[in-house]
Design a protein around this ligand. Structure first.
Ligand SMILES: Cc1ncc(COP(=O)(O)O)c(C=O)c1O
Length: 378
């Protein structure tokens, strides 16, 4: 397969070392050797989530993690608040409604997210016992201020459930310190592992609810399996766990702070680069994510053509979802993405837009990004 740059907001680029790890012989899921790898993986995940509580890893996409998280934190009939900053909030709403919770959805204006101010007013009026939100809303590249929202929610005695699918591994999460009760993610984004693992973390001191267990989402049995894979309940995705283990070693080797900093700088470079072309970003300050950037397609630029021109230049980017389909494009810059990847993406963006007749000063996006990268010594 020809070399190409995968710059979509997940799945993200996977390092060959991580990929090759998956080619190791599949161990018995109940062997001592695999149990050790599994244990190590959970310990490393706790560091990334910022919790001394429990972490559960099961085969599944991010949506499975959403379902498990909601089933183990929300009661039937409970009055909950979903903070919607885009398309993926509907997944939280759907999961909670299917469970029989009384769900109120509050939507932010496109490009804006939620912080303590927005949430305080809602909590004062609402009498909600839980707040559910995305850390990064991938469809708009909005980052909600989870730390502030959680602090406010705690003042009102509300539980906090966070979808960190597009943030964990790329943006800071300190569940225990911030008071995030449940946080979930998938393997395929800033953790830089192929798609296939659903991960749910519980804050230290938070006991997952067991009353909504189903065959697959049986938290009591899953927790036992997490203590030791010898307590078999469902077969772990053995080779995927190898990959996650290897990637987590890289993540902790890079250092969480350094990793979050890299994500922040790459995000700024992409934002400045796109803006230098006169293109409007979807997310506004202070709600811009560090893992993905969404921008409006310039007038006269059709998404399908733009996508093809980018692809012809070896760069894969993503389009809009839901009501933003055909109106925006999205660039992922998470996990293994480097400064050079960002520069190459912006260079391809310039040439693709120029080819489509959009007035571009070639080099302007690249220059703006280079200035950001250089100013941070990258
Ligand atoms: C924030 C967020 N939530 C939920 C999902 C759904 O996850 P999955 O497609 O892995 O089931 C995604 C996928 O991109 C996402 O970015």
């Amino acid at each position: 397969m020809a070399r190409f740059l995968l710059m979509i907001p997940g799945p993200s680029i996977v390092d060959p070392e991580t990929l090759l790890d998956m080619a190791k012989p599949t161990l018995s899921h109940v062997s001592a050797e695999f149990d050790q790898i599994h244990r190590e993986t959970l310990t490393a995940l706790k560091k990334v989530f910022g919790t001394d509580g429990d972490v559960v890893v099961i085969p599944g996409s991010g949506t499975a993690a959403i379902e498990l998280a909601v089933r183990t934190s929300i009661k039937v009939g409970e009055k909950v608040l979903v903070l919607k900053a885009g398309y993926f909030a509907d997944y939280l709403t759907d999961a909670a409604r299917r469970l029989g919770a009384e769900v109120t959805v509050v939507q932010s204006p496109t490009g804006r997210g939620f912080g303590s101010e927005e949430v305080e007013k809602l909590l004062k009026e609402g009498g909600y016992s839980a707040v559910l939100l995305q850390h990064v809303e991938t469809s708009t590249s909005v980052a909600n201020h989870v730390k502030d929202v959680a602090r406010k929610a705690k003042e009102f005695g509300a539980k906090v459930v966070v979808d960190g699918i597009a943030s964990i591994g790329g943006m800071e999460m300190k569940m225990d310190e911030w008071g995030v009760d449940v946080c979930l993610t998938g393997s395929q984004k800033a953790l830089a592992v192929p798609p296939g693992l659903a991960i749910v973390a519980y804050r230290k001191g938070f006991t997952p609810l067991t009353e909504n267990e189903t065959l697959y989402f049986n938290i009591s049995k899953l927790m036992k399996e997490m203590e030791s894979t010898r307590n078999y309940y469902i077969t772990p995705a053995v080779n995927m766990v190898y990959a996650l283990n290897t990637s987590l070693k890289k993540i902790l080797g890079e250092g969480l702070e350094a990793r979050y900093r890299r994500h922040e700088v790459l995000a700024r470079a992409v934002q400045k680069g796109i803006e230098a072309l006169g293109i409007k970003l979807v997310a506004e300050e202070p709600f811009r994510a560090h893992t993905v950037t969404a921008a409006y397609l310039p007038d006269g630029v059709e998404w399908a053509k733009f996508y093809s021109e980018m692809k012809a230049r070896g760069v894969e980017i993503a389009g809009g979802l839901g009501e933003l389909r055909g109106k925006i494009f999205r660039v992922g810059h998470m996990g293994e993405a480097t400064a050079n990847d960002v520069v190459a993406t912006l260079a391809s963006l310039e040439r693709s837009l120029a080819k489509l007749g959009y007035k571009v000063e070639l080099g302007s996006a690249v220059r703006a990004a280079q200035e950001v990268l250089h100013s941070y010594g990258m």
